[in-house]
Design a protein around this ligand. Sequence first.
Ligand code: 9MR
Length: 657
Amino acid sequence: MTFKKIAELFTAAMMVANASTLLPASAEDTVLHNAGFENGTDGWSSFGGTSVVSSNAIFHGGESALFISGRSDSWQGAALSSLLQAGKTYQFDAWVFSQTSDTIQLTLKYTDGSGNAQYKGIGSADSAGAWAEINASYDVPADATDILIYFQTASGTNDFYVDDVTIKGEASWSTEALDKTPLKDVYAKYFKIGCAATPSEINTPISQDLVKHHFNSLTPGNELKPDAVLNQAGSQANGDNVTPAVSLDAARYTLKFCEENHISVRGHVLCWYSQTPDWFFKEGFRSDGALVSKEIMNQRLENYIKAVMDKMAEEFPNLDVYCWDVVNECYLDDGSLRKGGTDPNNQESYWSLIYGDNSYIESAFTYARKYAFEGTKLFYNDFNEYIPAKRDAIYNMVADLKEKGLIDGIGMQSHLDVGYPDANLYKQCLEKFNQLGLEIQVTELDITDYKNGADSAQQVQAYHDIVNAIIEQKKAGANITALVFWGITDGTSWRSDGSPLLFNADYSVKKTYEAVESLIPESEWGQTETEFETEEITETEATETESESEEITETEATETESESEEITETEATEPEEKPTESEAVEITKIGDATLDGTVNIVDVISINKAVLGKETLSQQALVNIDLNHNNKPDSDESLAILKYIVGLSSEDDLANF
Ligand code: 9MR
């Protein structure tokens, strides 16, 4: 039985245990989804690369409808996910329109119990210049997973419209989360509590209620990223090669939801190597254009940031966008700048390629400072910042930006695992960043447990320890202003296999939630945000240069990489028996610490635990990973093995380390 299966069984057991909090099974006509497309796409998104937008050119009810265009195949259209459940019956009602003559179909897509993708027609209607109604009922098979529905045409690639979609059925989600004291109130004295959400994650009554109840910060999961905001045709039409066109079509639904419900927004993200179309970096905004010069790119960057800020101000004057991730993920784990290149899927950055150095970071912050609303805080955001080399590179870069008055905070994404990092290493990073005297936000927290499943003792403990470290740092004076979870439920998380969040797929409350809640005594719940006594950090200390900061580090007990290596030397657990010459153990597989015959991230985690003295490697495991032959595990070795895993080095490189 796989760990995933165990996790599923556990979740199923939880659902049975929570049965009294599920809505009654007889509530078959509950409206689960109602979309008029007045403010955006209401959670519907592109299926197969089409354009899916709210349009007021033609509509059925209200003043807008969903417009689907740019199709190159009949199956392409608009999809809705995360709503339907296996074994349930639903009633669908929708209005469809085609200027030409088309059969427009609603299709159910799912994976069956044998792992095969299935496509089933739910219902269809013919339209030729007039609105037509699809009205159908459908039983979703009991073995279905990865369920979604989408509108398509039976044949051809014509544009079409959809409006007034209603889905009714049996609501089978837990509402117990709504009976808890809002987490944002529990933590009111400390910092904002947020979640990331895509439109499809907030298109059901329960998810909307849960977000409104618990969170006072929301980060659009994908919809404010450059690939969602940039418009190629519009950019080309601007005709000057330096003014990109932008649109909030993808983000409008989420931003409207936040505006209407007074939820503050983390803007994510303006400048990033990933999820940014390649044509943005090319002459004429053409996918086949030559790479533009640094001068042109700088103008585009300025115009892009200005256009985004202008659009936000124009469309959402009352929305509290309290911060922006201005730049995201520029450094690698070894502290070097992300490599220049044209393949973001291979971790390469067009920004590094065109600028030749990290100066685009300062440019982006300069323009963000120039055009952002007054009071909007500007953040640099990254992951794995607890790795000392990366942490220190970011520290130095941010210190420089701070001196120039361009930055307000650092975002620690915090995509963690129960095995790594431990709370102490995480805390060291908070301490180090706090020396800058800037805001710190935990921007994307999730903690996976791929091995033991949802709500394992290890996962609950990890949540407790990490969030406790954050609270302790806040109490020690760190200016931590938000704790944001990356997603809402384990069912829709980007790492759902590792069940990394606070709520189960049916919205029931996990033990991880209880662990986070329990860290704040009830006597403090609902208090207003407090400034905790801060450790004295003088202006000069907070903006130290690299060498100076090492001095502070020594006296103030925040470890630099070399210091933590020292600790390693004294604390790392020695192998129980060192092999003698005659009984020398041979390498079975270089890099394999878990002795399962493969080399993957679990090996890196195991080595890191051994480095921190939390785990003892067997003699065989030590021999497999002891690249520098010093008879102990160290962080250089785990980093080298990580590079090998992600394809940056070969097995030969490990052998010749
Ligand atoms: O959650 C996002 C997921 O839906 C996207 O597929 C993915 C693609 O890059 O981006 C995810 O969000 C990322 C965030 O923007 C930056 N930090 C890492 C997040 C997880 O990949």
